[in-house]
Write a new protein. Structure first.
Length: 288
């Protein structure tokens, strides 16, 4: 089997803009293995928005679909994008029509955007032959959030999630086209791929486990945004729906996969995106 990363955007941000609650620049300096791949010598955190193409003997699967082109967004540098994302997919031998499954680790703004394309002024499915797997708890949660008229969340949080717009242009069109399968968070996708419940970031958040011939790889989703959370699992995302549940899921994930030989692929990790979680004293580190 092969897993291929298709990058949409990469960026470097100061720790204060990384969206991680409780992050301490001094503690980052105590994690030298972050430099230079994940933390620049100047102390900026590197991040990536990308999708994974998973090809099993039976199924072509896209895991998460980024931000998408032409989407009007409240975050200016995510609005009206024109990237070559689909061209890069085609260059790897993956035309959109060849995709059979789309797995969503969750339904946030930067994980569903390429579900649709703007065609003659309307949003049309990008992967018309694919079943789009969405965890039922996440779908129902964001469907209700999109319909709210009393959103009293802070302005920055409303912008980062942009729920009503995301629902209208990236989720509803594939649902209305009959392409969505609502699944449980431990669903098996094919004989080689299954979902692993890792709730907290969103109610139905999942990671994706790929297994074959005694070897395995796991795609984190937003259970871990930055590799520093491997060393400091109690540093939570400011976008987590349930911070305590997210921390608990992260700690369970690290305990399960540390020193296991399972390849860990970070959904927002820049190169090197794949590596191993290894025990480091009483904690953990990411070893690429």
């Amino acid at each position: 089997m092969t897993i291929t990363k298709i990058v949409e955007l990469e960026d470097e941000v100061p720790p204060g803009r990384a969206g991680i609650a409780g992050i301490d620049p001094d503690e980052l300096a105590d994690l030298p293995w972050l430099v230079p791949d994940f933390l620049t010598p100047e102390g900026r955190m590197r991040m990536s928005i990308h999708s994974f193409l998973v090809e099993t003997p039976r199924t072509r699967i896209v895991v998460d679909t980024g931000l998408g082109n032409d989407k009007p967004r409240a975050v200016p540098h995510w609005s009206g994008l024109r990237t070559g994302f689909l061209d890069e997919m085609r260059a790897t031998g993956w035309p959109p029509s060849s995709v059979q499954r789309v797995i969503h680790t969750h339904l946030h703004i930067d994980h569903v955007g390429w579900n649709t394309l703007l065609v003659d002024g309307a949003w049309a499915p990008t992967f018309p032959q694919a079943r789009h797997l969405m965890v039922r708890a996440d779908f129902e949660h964001w469907q209700a959030e999109a319909a709210r008229t009393d959103d009293d969340r802070p302005g920055w949080l409303r912008a980062m999630t942009d729920v009503a717009a995301v629902w209208a242009d990236s989720i509803a069109p594939v649902a209305e086209a009959g392409l969505v399968d609502l699944v449980e968070p431990d669903a098996r996708v094919d004989p080689y791929v299954r979902l692993v419940p890792t709730p907290g970031h969103t109610p139905g958040h999942v990671s994706v486990l790929v297994e074959s011939r005694g070897e395995s790889a796991v795609i984190t989703g937003d259970l871990v945004h930055f590799p520093c959370q491997i060393a400091r699992p109690r540093w939570t995302s400011m976008l987590d729906c349930d911070h305590a549940a997210g921390t608990s899921a992260r700690e369970e994930f690290l305990a399960k996969f540390a020193d296991s030989g399972t390849l860990v692929l970070g959904t927002h990790f820049p190169d090197p995106t794949a590596g191993l979680v290894v025990r480091d004293g009483a904690g953990y580190r990411f070893e690429s």
